[in-house]
Ligand binder design. Sequence first.
Ligand code: IMP
Length: 175
Amino acid sequence: MINILDKTFVPFISKEEIETRITELAASISRDYKDSCPVFLVVLNGAFLFASELVKRIPLSCEITFIRVSSYSKTESTGEVKEIIGIDKNLANRDIIIIEDIVDTGLTMSQLISKVWEKSPKSVEVATLLHKPESLKTPIELRYTGFKIGNKFVVGYGLDYDEIGRNLDSIYALE
Ligand code: IMP
């Protein structure tokens, strides 16, 4: 058990389980994009750990770039996506893989996907470490998903509770 600010979290997904799953996702992406030079769009802050573990297992020539969106306050999704920063790169005719930490309501991701399509890419897919299918408020296709989880609040492996907990090397769930 760990305490972060006013809340208690319990172990949920171990470091070993996460790493095994990331290795599998990396193998799928490497296979699917073997004839491409994809652009990984890493959604900061939460996806930084997942992205670094994922891309170092993908032996393709590729580009990696970083964007920022924010829609979450403390433990509840606000549904409002603020400005997307850093999407100024030329993505025309490129294969894009958005790397995200978690898809909860899906509102952030669906707006992000629309914004990326405005840049006339060849394709857009999503790799997310976690997905909460029960919370989804908009239909969304997630090609690469690490773990589907129930509607619980989690921290660790990049995910935070009020900015704390991102450095934990495994995932914890709110008790
Ligand atoms: P969505 O728009 O509701 O899908 O929210 C996506 C964003 O909310 C993610 O990128 C996370 O930053 C944040 N988020 C959603 N669920 C959790 C959670 O369980 N723990 C920490 N952050 C979360």
